[in-house]
Every structure is written in C-alpha cells, then in structure tokens.
Design a binder for this molecule. Structure first.
Ligand SMILES: C[S@@+](CC[C@H](N)C(=O)[O-])C[C@H]1O[C@@H](n2cnc3c(N)ncnc32)[C@H](O)[C@@H]1O
Length: 279
C-alpha cells in the first residue's frame, strides 16, 4: 500500500470508532512512526510503505480507536509553540490554557525580576511557559499529585528551567511560608463531579483529581480565593481558567473577598473562560 492508501484506511477506521478529526489523528500517528514532520508526509503520498513501517502504525491506530488520547500515544504535546512530555500522570494541556497564558503574559513585565506562582501545575506547562517567556521571573509551582509533580519536573528539566522553577507538593499554596507573588496563574479543576462521566472517552484518561471540582465545580476556587490575598503583594494579580458557566459566581466571590479590577475574558468560542482580579 502507498502512504496515502494507508492514511486513508487509518482515517476510515478512526472515523468508524468515533474519533474526532480522524484524518489529522492518522497523519500525526503516521508521522510519529516514520519520525517525520506531519506536513512532510504530503511529499511522499505515492511511496510504498513497508510492512515494518505499517505494523507499529496499525498498533497505534488500534489504540487510538479505543479512544486512548493522541497525546498519550505520541508521548508529547505542543503548548505555546514548545514540546512537552505528556502522559497519564497529568492532565493533557488544552489549547484554552494557551489563551490564559497569553492574557497573563500581556500584563507581566518581561524585563523585571518577579515572583510568580502556578497552582495545580500538572505537566508543568504553565510554570514552564511563564519562565520561558519571562526570563527574569522565578516561578513556584505546586500540585497535590506526586505523579503530576514527577512529570512537571521532567518538563522543567527538559526546558532547562530547574534554576528558576521550583516545584513543590502542596494543597494549593506552597508550604514554605507566604510570599509576595506578583501574580498567581492557575488552571484548577473546575468540572462538577456529576458531569465527568458524560465527557468524551479521551477525557476519562485524564487523572480524576485534575478534573473534579466538587458538586458545583468550585470547591478549590472557594479555598483559593479565601487564601490568595495572603500570597499576593499589593497590586498582585490572579489569572484563572474557569468553566464557562462559573464566571458570575466567581466574579461575586472575588468582590466579596475584597479583590478589585475583577474582569472576565472570553475564549475563541466567545464563552467567558478566564477571570482576573487584583489585590
Ligand atoms: C486542570 S489540571 C491543570 C494542569 C495544568 N496546570 C494544565 O493547565 O494543564 C488541575 C491540577 O490541579 C491539581 N490539584 C488538584 N487539587 C489540588 C490541590 N488541592 N492542590 C494543588 N493542586 C491540586 C491536579 O492534580 C491537577 O494537576
């Protein structure tokens, strides 16, 4: 079979299994097996694929058909233009979180020494991106999950950031005393417990503690909002990713806690998905 025929057959199989974007998934898997850039496949459509090349692809396509996430099969994910290790130890980074970073970064100085905090760091992508985009920043990153912290450490080391990103196990805030952070950026679990089961099969491969936000999805936010002012310097800002129906409730909680300049921001689908506030 030619490369194009193999791609077509994998695409049909994945479509039958209910995988979204089956063609794109097939291209990523084939590029991974052939160790090529995805777009370079287009130059080789007529090349005959050897059995030795088709075998590993068949295995990966079968696993993808079982709805194992593409990123787990590839072992990496692109985030903010960089590659990160990705596996079942932490949430697969989502494109919306790139928008959270864009928002936070547009309000942070890149030429000053600042101290930042990423709570619920998961794979470490927020902490790493902050440190890479802000070369004078020091970033603390916390997570409750030891597995996630291991993955985050690997990603921090992969990007040469071990000197500027400190990873700690903590229930929300770091244990080593209160620090005057300039900003806290966090993507906390916000899905109401009851809704998790109905999410796509791929999402079920994310660790439950990365998704489950309690009965209304806001358990961690309530605790976070209560304590956050103690960890922020005056004028310090929080940047949070939130569920699209949680904006109003969180807005009021932040005002009640004494935050000012509270604002909601929409994602590319025009849904309020980010909130910021200042101490
Ligand atoms: C939605 S995931 C976000 C992961 C990563 N920051 C990202 O954006 O891809 C939430 C993370 O919060 C962590 N987490 C859950 N409860 C926590 C707690 N009480 N304290 C610290 N981290 C917690 C989970 O382990 C998970 O890694």
């Amino acid at each position: 079979m030619t490369l194009l025929e193999v791609l077509n057959s994998a695409t049909e199989y994945l479509a039958r299994c209910g995988v979204e974007n089956p063609r794109l998934n097939s291209e990523h898997l084939l590029a991974h097996v052939l160790r090529k850039k995805r777009l370079d496949l287009y130059l080789e459509f007529d090349r005959t694929l050897q059995e030795a090349e088709r075998l590993p692809l068949r295995d990966l396509v079968r696993q993808r058909g079982k709805r194992i996430p593409l990123q787990h099969l590839l072992g990496t994910v692109e985030f903010y233009g960089r590659s990160f290790v990705c596996d079942s130890r932490a949430l697969i980074p989502r494109p919306e979180t790139e928008q959270l970073l864009e928002l936070a970064l547009s309000h942070l100085p890149s030429d000053q020494m600042i101290s930042l905090l990423d709570i619920g760091t998961g794979s470490g992508i927020i902490a790493a991106t902050l440190a890479l985009e802000l070369p004078h920043a020091c970033v603390d990153a916390t997570d409750l999950s030891p597995e996630a912290l291991m993955l985050a450490s690997e990603n921090i080391a992969k990007h040469g950031l071990s000197q500027r990103v400190r990873i700690q196990q903590a229930d929300l805030f770091p244990p080593a005393g209160k620090n005057p952070y300039q900003a806290i950026v966090a993507n906390l679990p916000y899905i109401p417990s009851q809704e998790i089961e109905a999410l796509s099969p791929e999402v079920q491969y994310d660790p439950i503690e990365a998704l489950d936000g309690g009965a209304d999805g806001l358990d961690l936010f309530r605790r976070f909002i209560q304590c956050a002012p103690d960890y922020l310097r005056l004028g310090g800002q929080i940047w949070l990713e939130i569920g699209h129906q949680q904006g109003n409730t969180l807005f009021n909680l932040l005002i009640d806690r004494g935050f000012c300049e509270v604002s909601l921001f929409k994602d590319y689908q025009n849904r309020p998905r980010f909130i910021t506030a200042k101490k």
